[in-house]
Design a binder for this molecule. Sequence first.
Ligand SMILES: Nc1ncnc2c1ncn2[C@@H]1O[C@H](COP(=O)(O)OP(=O)(O)OP(=O)(O)O)[C@@H](O)[C@H]1O
Ligand SMILES: [Mg+2]
Length: 259
Amino acid sequence: MARILAITNQKGGVGKTTTSVNLAASLGAARRKVLLVDLDPQGNATMGSGVDKRTLKATVYQVLIGAQTLSEVRVRAPAGDYDLLPANRELAGAEVEMVDIDRRELRLKEALDAVTDEYDYILIDCPPALNLLTVNGLTAAHAVMIPMQCEYYALEGLSDLVSTIKKVRAHLNPAIEIEGLLRTMYDPRNTLAQQVSAQLLQHFGDKVYRTVIPRNVRLAEAPSHGVPALKFDKTSKGAQAYLALAGEMLNRREQAPQA
Ligand SMILES: Nc1ncnc2c1ncn2[C@@H]1O[C@H](COP(=O)(O)OP(=O)(O)OP(=O)(O)O)[C@@H](O)[C@H]1O
Ligand SMILES: [Mg+2]
């Protein structure tokens, strides 16, 4: 059974998609079987995985509305060792169209149930909003990974996210937990970043990954070539940081007592 992680933060541009794509590639490189779900109408994880969102006949949208099965729609990411459930702008309509659908918060969970034993990890790249798509992601997940930039408003945004997670836990997914907080685009010379990072460690302790993702131009360049940083420049600090994150995640799970 796969471990299902929602990569989420309602704040835009904090590194959710960069983390989703590069973690999927890193876990794939570590011989884990991975499915990456693009749950954002922007389709950035799709493009960043080397799949042209404009030419897709079917996406996660058809899966959510029940028109097609996940197995019919997923593709192999051409640029990485993982499968991709792609998305494009069509998904923007899902919010409205799903209003009349039964059990609408559970659509993704039910779709993933059918394939969960084919994977070790399923990563869900959520959109920058606390909307029905994100709720589908949170309902389907065992845990959330929260990428965040260490800046002034970061902690404030975090409390909104934590209260959404609590609501999802109360009503839809009693087992959901925080897998970890990931410091992204980190610049160790920036005093404010150091302070926010220290606060984060104080509040969340072991939930904060020891691995820090530095600001690294290779991570920003790779998507325009439709590849994870690992394929673009394996030796870059960015690619290496995501490999380290995958290692930290795997170590944590292997050391954790098995239920
Ligand atoms: N560690 C990094 N170093 C340099 N640039 C980065 C890094 N992480 C992300 N970026 C760049 O910052 C921008 C935002 O990153 P990304 O798209 O991953 O964020 P996001 O949270 O998915 O955004 P959205 O909320 O729009 O979905 C992108 O241009 C990306 O290439
Ligand atoms: Mg994104």
